[in-house]
Design a protein around this ligand. Structure first.
Ligand code: OGA
Ligand code: NI
Length: 367
């Protein structure tokens, strides 16, 4: 099993190079079967005006109990009803957000030979990559990415973070630090909202020093046939929670809501937060991860920065005892995040299949 993860099954094609070559028709490898294609303006679809909730985060730890309770209630209903929301007044410097996304844009503009020095393998996924999963012959997504470990510090390899642009490493370190602080606050808010001690979720993840955090910068080049392909296949995020800085100027993220795909309208200077599979497990499905995907377009490339806030990878994650009862038995068996993510790293994005497949058999009363 581990052996097949040492190298890619086929030569790697950089989507950015394909796009830059000026092809008018995308290669067959990127074409999805008709039922999995995005609905664009060429196909009729009713306009989807609704947007995910926008949460003002500044009152979450206010001394004024009324304001605090209200902010926490808003977060709780966003988690329960959507699994996806945007946060404003989140405490991360807007300037830092701009500079960090700008530096990654610059990185992707570097000549291919420079980026190739960071080419990744499926053994760790760290570095410059163009696919997720090692299934030979799989349909590929219209994107490239850069993946790196940020936390715990023992897994950090700044020497394989981009050395150019010159400020990249420094910005990654500073941005990672600020965003992880926000991640810790979100974990606290979720714990309180689930009726748990406020540091329970963070402790389950290994505590502040040991939590995992990974950085994934997604680059979606312009695409000559955006209605035949996707920038990122439908998936739920396997980790704890995701803090995404979308491209300010280009929409692309779609969230699955009641069976249809809703395009997220990014609010300026907001982060998009979503629940990952590990919080679904810990909360015994009170909160659930939500399937999402990315569409591309023919006019503008798009850059997004995701920080995945994850459990320390060798800890067993299971439904919190306080959320398990005779009426609501544990829905998932204990599993480490290392074991869990091997599936997505092998198979690639697969909707919500993985977390669903973990469900223990139904108790007898329901058979
Ligand atoms: C991801 C993801 C969305 C985006 O990286 O897991 O869902 O908008 N990204 O790039
Ligand atoms: Ni995702």
């Amino acid at each position: 099993m581990m052996n097949c993860l040492q190298s890619w099954p086929e030569p790697v094609v950089r989507v950015q190079s394909l796009a830059a070559s000026g092809v008018r028709a995308i290669p067959e490898r990127y074409i999805r079967p008709p039922s999995h294609r995005p609905l664009t303006k060429n196909n009729f679809s009713p306009p989807q005006e609704a947007n995910i909730p926008v949460i003002d985060f500044q009152n979450v730890f206010s001394d004024d109990q009324r304001l605090r309770d209200e902010a926490l209630r808003n977060i709780h209903s966003a988690c329960q009803e959507w699994g996806f929301f945007q946060v404003v007044n989140h405490g991360v410097s807007h300037e830092l957000m701009k500079r960090t996304s700008e530096v990654w844009r610059e990185f992707f503009k570097l000549p291919i030979e420079v980026k190739q020095e960071y080419a990744n393998t499926p053994a760790t996924y760290e570095g410059y990559g163009s696919r997720l999963g090692v299934e030979k012959g799989a349909i590929l997504d219209w994107s490239d990415y850069f993946f790196l470990n940020y936390m715990p510090e023992s897994l950090r390899n700044p020497n394989i973070w981009p050395a150019t642009p010159a400020s990249c490493r420094e910005l990654v370190a500073e941005y990672g630090h600020e965003v992880c602080k926000l991640g810790g606050k979100l974990m606290k808010a979720f714990s309180i909202n689930l009726g748990l001690e406020e540091d329970l979720l963070l402790k389950a993840f290994g505590g502040e020093e040991n939590v995992g955090a990974c950085f994934r910068v997604n680059y979606y080049p312009k695409c000559p046939q955006p209605d035949l392909t996707l920038g990122l296949s439908p998936h739920s995020d396997p980790g704890g929670l995701t803090i995404l800085l979308p491209d300010e100027n280009v929409a692309g993220l779609q969230v699955c809501r009641n069976g249809s795909w809703l395009t997220v309208k990014p609010v300026p200077n907001a982060f998009i937060i979503n629940i990952g599979d590990q919080i679904q497990v810990l909360s015994n499905a009170i909160y659930q991860s939500v399937e999402h995907r990315v569409i591309v377009n023919s006019n503008k490339d798009r850059v997004s920065l995701a920080i995945f806030y994850n459990p320390k990878s060798d800890l067993l994650i299971e439904p919190s005892k306080q959320l398990v009862s005779d009426e609501r038995p544990a829905l998932y068996p204990p599993m480490t995040y290392d074991e869990y993510r091997l599936y997505v790293r092998t198979k690639g994005p697969c909707g919500k299949k993985q977390v669903e497949s973990l469900k223990s058999p139904r108790p007898c009363s329901e058979c």
